[in-house]
Ligand binder design. Structure first.
Ligand SMILES: [Zn+2]
Ligand SMILES: [Zn+2]
Length: 360
C-alpha cells in the first residue's frame, strides 16, 4: 500500500510499504481522509522524535475493511478512528481517563497512523459515523473531539462570558461550541482580520484584535509583537463583561504572551482552559492567578465519549464546519499539505487518501 513514512528525522517519503495485517483481533480500516495538524508537522520535521519507518497521521475517518475481534462495527461501516490508544485496564482507564492511559499512545507517533491506505487498530477506537456527517465535518471530527473534551469540564450558564484567544481551527470550533452551550457573550481574539470576520460569521458576539500567536506557524513560532494592542483587547473584554472579566478564557494560541493575556482577561473565580500547548510560562506570576482564584484546566486529547459527542454534533449539523477546511491534497502531495499547514492563511488542511471522499 502507499503510505507517508518518516524515513529519518526531517524526511518524509511517500512509498509502497507492506499493508498492516488484521492480526491479534485488530480491525483494519481503509482510510478515507486524514487531517493534518501541527503535531504531524513537528513529527515530520523531527521536532517530536519517533522511530524511523513510522507511518504518520492521526486524524482520520474511513471504512471498516476487516472487523476486529468482536466483529463490531461490521465491514463497510463508515468510522472515525480515535487515535488516542488506550488499554481499558490500567488505573487511569479505570478512573475514566483513557486519554491518559499508562499503556496508551498516539497513532502516527507511537504506532503507525493514517497517512496510508490502511491502518490496523483496536475496535475500541472505532466510532461509526452516520451518512449525515459531511466530508468536511468528518475531516474535523478528531480535532473537534479534543475541543469537546476540553469543554466537558466547564459548568456554564447562558449568562457566563467566554473569551477565545487564537482563532485557528480549534479557536473557531471552541467559539461555536460555546455558542452551542447557549453562552451569549463569546469574544474572539486574534491578530488576523479575516479570522475576526469569520469568527463573527460563526457566532462570536464580539471580536478584538491582538497579535496573539494564532498567526504563528503550526510549528509553534511565537509572534512577540502586539503588546501595544493589548489595551484594545482588555477594553473590549471589560466592555463585554461589565468590567468583571471573563468567566472562561480558552487559550488556543498557547504562547507565554497569550497565557499571560488569559490570566489578565479572566475574572475572579474564572477558569482558563490552556488548550494550545504552552512551552513555558514567562509573562505572568502565579500570584496573578492566585489572587483571582483562577482554575487552570489543561485538557489533553479526547476520550471515546468526546468522539461520540463530536459525531453527534456534526450529524445534527449544529456546527458550521465548511469554512474551516481550506485545503485538500492527495496523499502523493503530503509535502504540500504539510507546508500548507504551516501557512497562517490556511485553517484545516486535509489529505484525501481515498478518492471516494470527495465524491461523498
Ligand atoms: Zn492533530
Ligand atoms: Zn489504560
Amino acid at each position: 500500500m502507499i503510505a507517508a513514512v518518516l524515513e529519518r528525522a526531517g524526511t518524509v517519503a511517500i512509498r509502497d510499504v507492506p499493508a498492516p495485517r488484521a492480526a491479534n483481533g485488530l480491525a483494519l480500516v481503509r482510510v478515507g481522509q486524514a487531517g493534518v495538524c501541527g503535531t504531524d508537522v513537528k513529527i515530520a520535521a523531527g521536532e517530536i522524535p519517533v522511530p524511523d519507518g513510522r507511518v504518520l497521521g492521526h486524524e482520520m475517518t474511513g471504512w471498516v475493511e476487516v472487523p476486529g475481534r468482536h466483529g463490531d462495527p461490521p465491514a463497510g461501516t463508515a468510522v472515525m478512528v480515535n487515535p488516542a490508544v488506550f488499554c481499558g485496564r490500567c488505573d487511569l482507564c479505570r478512573r475514566d481517563l483513557p486519554q491518559l492511559c499508562r499503556n496508551g499512545g498516539l497513532l502516527g507517533r507511537d504506532a503507525d497512523g493514517c497517512f496510508a491506505e490502511l491502518v490496523a487498530v483496536d475496535e475500541a477506537l472505532l466510532h461509526p459515523i452516520p451518512g449525515s456527517v459531511t466530508a468536511d465535518a468528518g475531516a474535523l471530527l478528531q480535532v473537534l473531539s479534543t475541543c469537546v473534551h476540553a469543554q466537558s469540564a466547564l459548568h456554564s450558564s447562558p449568562d457566563d462570558s467566554a473569551v477565545v484567544i487564537g482563532l485557528g481551527v480549534t479557536g473557531l470550533l471552541h467559539l461555536q461550541l460555546l455558542r452551542a452551550r447557549g453562552l451569549r457573550t463569546v469574544i474572539g481574539v486574534t491578530g488576523s482580520e479575516w479570522k475576526r470576520d469569520l469568527a463573527r460569521r460563526l457566532g462570536a458576539s464580539t471580536v478584538a484584535s491582538s497579535a496573539d500567536g494564532s498567526s504563528a506557524t503550526a510549528a509553534g513560532a511565537v509572534d512577540a509583537a502586539g503588546v501595544d494592542e493589548v489595551d484594545e483587547v482588555d477594553e473590549a473584554i471589560a466592555d463585554a463583561t461589565g468590567g468583571r472579566g471573563a468567566r472562561f478564557v480558552i487559550d488556543c494560541a498557547g504562547t507565554p504572551a497569550t497565557f499571560a493575556q488569559a490570566v489578565r482577561l479572566a475574572g475572579a473565580g474564572g477558569t482558563i482552559v490552556a488548550f494550545g500547548i504552552n512551552p513555558r510560562v514567562t509573562d505572568v506570576t502565579p500570584y496573578e492567578w492566585y489572587i483571582k482564584e483562577l482554575t487552570i484546566h489543561s485538557p489533553r486529547a479526547a476520550g471515546p465519549r468526546d468522539c461520540d459527542t463530536a459525531i453527534e454534533l456534526c450529524a445534527r449539523g449544529q456546527l458550521d464546519v465548511g469554512p474551516l477546511v481550506t485545503g485538500r491534497f492527495p496523499l502523493s502531495r503530503l509535502a504540500d499539505a504539510l507546508a500548507a499547514t504551516r501557512d497562517p492563511a490556511q485553517l484545516k488542511v486535509v489529505v484525501d487518501v481515498d478518492s471516494r471522499v470527495r465524491a461523498a
